[in-house]
Design a protein around this ligand. Structure first.
Ligand code: NDP
Length: 434
């Protein structure tokens, strides 16, 4: 805090992790050896660079690019790229820190990293997005590699952006390697990667519900966001017979009827968001459903909430409203969508609550599977990838249960933090002070 007093989101992430680890570390003092905790919060390397590109009017634009190489104790740095005007060092350090533990939870050999830019793809033409991605990769390429650092997508970086980034990497490096994941299926991508984060959230939700002899079928589900994670969390919930009542964007949310989103409405959402790149206000008009401008969905009565948009989108007040309306299960699709106040309210009420690093780990896990397939120069059928994803989510759940059991209540925050921390910390201790 003294070194970077303004990095409030990063501090929030560190406090959440270290707060829940404190009793475990007190019982296992070897983890305070050689300033292990201080080393964990200091990125191994931070890269910041200028991204200059030309817009459609011929004006030169200048953005800032970053890559945080947080921790490589258990594998090459791995984590997405975010393109959003709110991106800064603080946000990326929080994401890279979280990513380190999440990747450890997957049991695959991946270290933690994150990157991105304050570039806003919204309202830009395809040609502008391409020129930006090419300019971004022209610097980033020298810092990444299939055995060094493997970026992927995140907010504002989807299939289109990954394609442009990969094309530019290949052009400059003159090699076809697994240097990015989330690639298109025609050039090394893995089946099910697009769906993996959202599907994984629902698999994890099902595992949590099972501990209370329950399931997601017929449950009323609120989803926030309408991007990659939200779409496939909603899609899988729908497939499992749940009633998906909402999706949202940064301007407002849409409310489906009592029976929830239909298959046809789901297909229309994918088309609107991924092909026409339109706003939900337009979707609501087209579907003849209600749109709540400037509002978040948390006031709608539900059984399950799946926050899938962005950090700190669900505060203590929202949490209390959800609880008062009967919500008994929250699984995070986004990274750190719940504030500390909200988390404490959920845990205090002893509902099922899964932090993002556990419930959204399916995306990076499937990226790990994409790297394996690329290394073997083959691709698995979607059933094979989906089966592995399902098993990985089940394993993460089991590990959370064994490390998070607390007098009959499963504290998934403690379970996820302890499981991820142990693996990374043991590897760091074994490798000496570096
Ligand atoms: P997308 O860019 O595909 O979608 C983001 C969604 O969140 C959009 O609906 C967007 O609305 C909304 N959103 C973004 N910023 C804000 C904001 N400041 N306030 C309100 N709404 C906002 O991103 P993803 O779906 O990939 O990512 C969503 C979350 O999931 C992020 O927290 C990300 O880190 C996390 N995540 C993603 C993974 C992946 O595989 N993609 C893996 C694990 C975690 P709008 O269009 O209005 O901006």
């Amino acid at each position: 805090k003294q070194r970077d007093p303004h990095q409030t989101v990063f501090h929030q992430a560190v406090e959440e992790v270290f707060g829940s680890l404190a009793p475990f570390i007190a019982k296992n003092p070897k983890y305070t050896k050689d300033k292990l905790l201080e080393r964990l919060v200091e990125p191994e390397r931070v890269i910041s660079f200028r991204v200059a590109w030309t817009d459609d009017q011929g004006e030169v634009q200048v953005n800032r690019g970053y890559r945080i190489q947080m921790n490589s104790a258990i594998g090459p740095y791995k984590g997405g790229l975010r393109f959003h005007p709110t991106v800064n060092l603080d946000v990326l350090k929080f994401l890279a820190f979280e990513q380190t533990f999440k990747n450890a939870l997957t049991t695959l050999p991946m270290g933690g990293g994150k990157g991105g830019s304050d570039f806003d793809p919204k309202g830009k033409s395809d040609a502008e997005v391409m020129r930006f991605c090419q300019a971004f990769m022209t610097e980033l390429y020298r810092h990444i590699g299939a055995d060094l650092d493997v970026p992927a997508g995140d907010i504002g970086v989807g299939a289109r952006e990954v394609g442009y980034l990969y094309g530019q990497y290949k052009r400059i490096a003159n090699e076809f390697t697994s240097v990015l994941t989330g690639k298109g299926l025609t050039y090394g991508g893995s089946l099910v990667r697009t769906q993996a984060t959202g599907y994984g959230v629902v698999y994890f939700t099902e595992s949590m519900l099972k501990t209370r002899n329950d399931s997601i079928a017929n449950k009323k589900v609120l989803v926030s966001g309408s991007g990659n994670v939200a779409q496939y969390a909603a899609g899988k919930a729908l497939q499992k017979g749940a009633k998906v009542l909402t999706v949202s964007d940064s301007n407002g949310f849409v409310l489906f009827g009592d029976q929830g989103m239909s298959e046809a409405q789901f297909a229309a959402l994918l088309e609107l968001k991924n092909e026409r790149r339109e706003r939900l206000s337009v979707y609501a008009k087209e579907q003849g459903i209600q749109y709540f401008d400037g509002k978040k969905p948390w006031g709608i009565p539900c059984d399950i909430a799946l926050p899938c948009a962005t950090q700190n989108e669900l505060d203590e007040e929202d949490a209390k409203t959800l609880l008062a309306n009967g919500c008994t299960c929250v699984a995070e699709g986004a990274n750190m969508p719940s504030t500390m106040g909200a988390i404490n309210a959920f845990i205090g009420a002893k509902i099922l609550y899964a932090p993002g690093k556990a419930s959204n780990a399916g995306g990076v896990a499937t990226s790990g599977l994409e790297m394996s397939q690329n290394a073997m120069r083959l691709s698995w059928a979607s059933e094979e990838v989906d089966k592995r994803l399902f098993e990985i989510m089940g394993n993460i759940h089991e590990n959370c249960v064994s490390n998070g059991a607390d007098n009959g209540y499963i504290n998934y925050v403690n379970g996820a933090n302890i499981t991820g921390f142990k693996k990374v910390a043991d590897a760091m201790l074994a490798q000496g002070v570096v």
